[in-house]
Design a protein around this ligand. Structure first.
Ligand SMILES: Cc1ncc(C[n+]2csc(CCOP(=O)(O)OP(=O)(O)O)c2C)c(N)n1
Length: 325
């Protein structure tokens, strides 16, 4: 699949937004404006942005939790104001501030998230079944980390999706770390690729450079074509790099070595920027102008979040959000 110039521009713009908004989230957490925590996606934004951008409007997404779904939400065209207001614990957040960090955006096919890693693997099968039964060509994008890929239910999910030929694209964000344990301590597969495990279920799998937003987008677009054709699921494994520690602000989880410096030569924004300029799709001045636009958008988000009314928990409101009656 060859991306159009328009698609490349949109991918670049959303990557830039994901990148700068992650920085904003890290700052806001430090200032105490974000209440709970932030699992930064810094260094990994190209995977969610690239993958989610290739979906059709009525497709479904179960996102990988880094950046709390922000790269996927932006790729889908969702509204980041509501995500941030949720993190600020505001009543105008996407879950009325009740969750503090779980993102829901039904307008773009994001129906929630689970604190329990891998739960989305099972739910994606259900969404895949529903899409297949309705026969309207919908697909499901199921993001997961490499640690999540070592959970037992990966087998149930891959097995049933393959058996029932469900239209699911798995997008594995392989950053080689589970909290701070390297992949060599969590996965026995000899090559370190999940591809070999996935292919044993007869599911086509591809390993791509997760730092290249265009490469991820092309691979996911191809995988979606396969999934929609009735041949069953496909798996894309994006090798990526996490800059920050597991979550922001947890001193005990800080790296002893500066990973950020280590990964800078594979920086997703730097790679995309260089490519856009070398292909003549952007100039330095235009990139600067886009940076300014994103800065303005972030200032508006900040104002929106700070001005919004707080979520005030009451027994009734918590009950209403949890039970049907
Ligand atoms: C079932 C379950 N076990 C453990 C955790 C705690 N936990 C949260 S994130 C995480 C690491 C996940 O690693 P990975 O899937 O590779 O994603 P990454 O953080 O590397 O992007 C763990 C162990 C959890 N949320 N759920």
């Amino acid at each position: 699949m060859t991306l159009t110039d328009e698609q490349k521009l949109s991918l670049f713009r959303n990557l830039l937004r994901a990148y700068r908004m992650d920085e904003y989230a890290c700052r806001s957490l430090k200032q105490g404006a974000i209440k709970l925590f932030w699992h930064s996606s810094a260094g990994m934004e190209a995977v969610g942005v690239g993958g989610a951008s290739m979906l059709a409007p009525d497709d479904y997404v179960w996102y990988h939790y880094r950046g709390h779904g922000l790269p996927y939400l932006l790729g889908r065209g969702g509204d980041p104001k509501l995500l941030f207001a949720e993190h600020y614990g505001k009543a105008s957040g996407c879950a009325q501030g009740r969750s503090g960090y779980h993102v829901v955006a039904p307008d773009v096919g994001i129906f929630g998230f689970f604190g329990f890693l891998g739960a989305g693997l099972g739910v994606a099968v259900g969404y895949g079944m529903s899409a297949k039964r309705r026969g309207e060509g919908q697909a499901v994008l199921c993001g997961l980390g490499d640690g999540t890929a070592t959970r037992g239910n990966i087998h149930e999910s891959l097995n049933m999706a393959a058996l029932w030929k469900l239209p699911i694209v798995y997008l594995c964000e392989n950053n080689g770390l589970v909290v701070h344990t390297p992949q060599s301590g969590t996965y026995a597969g000899p090559s370190g690729d999940y591809k070999e495990l996935v292919e044993s279920y007869g599911i086509p799998a591809r390993v791509v450079d997760g730092q290249d937003v265009f490469g991820v987008a092309e691979a996911v677009a191809e995988a979606l074509r396969h999934a929609r054709s009735g041949q069953g699921p496909a798996f894309v494994e994006a090798k990526t790099f996490r800059y920050h520690s597991h979550t922001e602000g947890q001193a005990d989880l800080r790296y002893s070595t500066p990973r950020e410096a280590e990964g800078r030569d594979r920086d997703p924004l730097g790679i995309a920027r260089a490519r856009m300029i070398s292909e003549g799709l952007l100039t330095e001045e235009r990139v600067e102008a886009l940076e300014k636009e994103v800065e303005t958008e972030i200032a508006e988000i900040d104002r929106f979040c700070r001005d919004a009314p707080d979520f005030v928990p009451t027994v009734e409101s918590l009950h209403a959000a949890t039970y049907a009656s």
